[in-house]
Design a protein around this ligand. Structure first.
Ligand SMILES: [Zn+2]
Ligand SMILES: [Zn+2]
Length: 169
């Protein structure tokens, strides 16, 4: 005897015979299990949209279990469930609107941010150009001291650039 066929939707083993499997797949319990499985992944707004156009399932209203499950052409959701679905859809829509609003706000502020950056940069560059800061300056304390010539402040006017090196040494 060959292996058994396992139906994931119904979570049960059946004989691995094409006609038996086909018959199982066409059966109401299988279709119902399959519909219930996919119902779990449906968007609440889709469920709500589908359910709100349907009349309440009479079988379910009598307290009995409807054999068609989510495949039933009548609505299986109670008023409380519909209400909860509605709240869920509302909440999702509000979150989405909030995100859109935040994105638009950011985009609206974007030119300001760029403008501020450019203004600050320009101000910094202008300051750098007007304020000349020598990277080193001779200390005021040393200026009038009695220092050996090599430590005295250099007087540019005394630098002999005529190349008279011969006199040295
Ligand atoms: Zn099945
Ligand atoms: Zn029903």
């Amino acid at each position: 005897m060959g292996k058994k066929y396992f139906c994931d939707y119904c979570e049960k083993h059946i004989q691995r015979d094409p006609s038996i499997v086909r018959k199982h797949n066409e059966g109401i319990p299988h279709c119902r299990a399959r519909a219930e499985y996919y119902e779990r992944f449906k968007d609440p707004s889709v469920i709500l949209g589908e359910a709100s156009g349907k009349k309440q399932c009479r079988t379910l209203m009598t307290g009995a279990e409807c054999q068609f499950g989510p495949n039933c052409r009548f609505n299986h959701y109670t008023a409380a469930e519909m209400d909860r679905l509605g709240q869920q859809v509302d909440w999702t829509a509000r979150q989405k609107a909030k995100r859109t609003e935040e994105t638009l706000q950011k985009l609206a502020n974007a030119p300001n941010i760029v403008q501020q950056f450019l203004e600050r940069r320009e101000a910094r560059l202008a300051k750098e150009q007007t304020e000349y800061k020598p990277f080193w300056s001779y200390s005021e304390d040393l200026r009038d001291g009695d220092l050996p010539p090599s430590l005295r402040e250099i007087d540019p006017g005394r630098i002999d650039s005529s190349g008279g090196f011969a006199r040295w040494g």
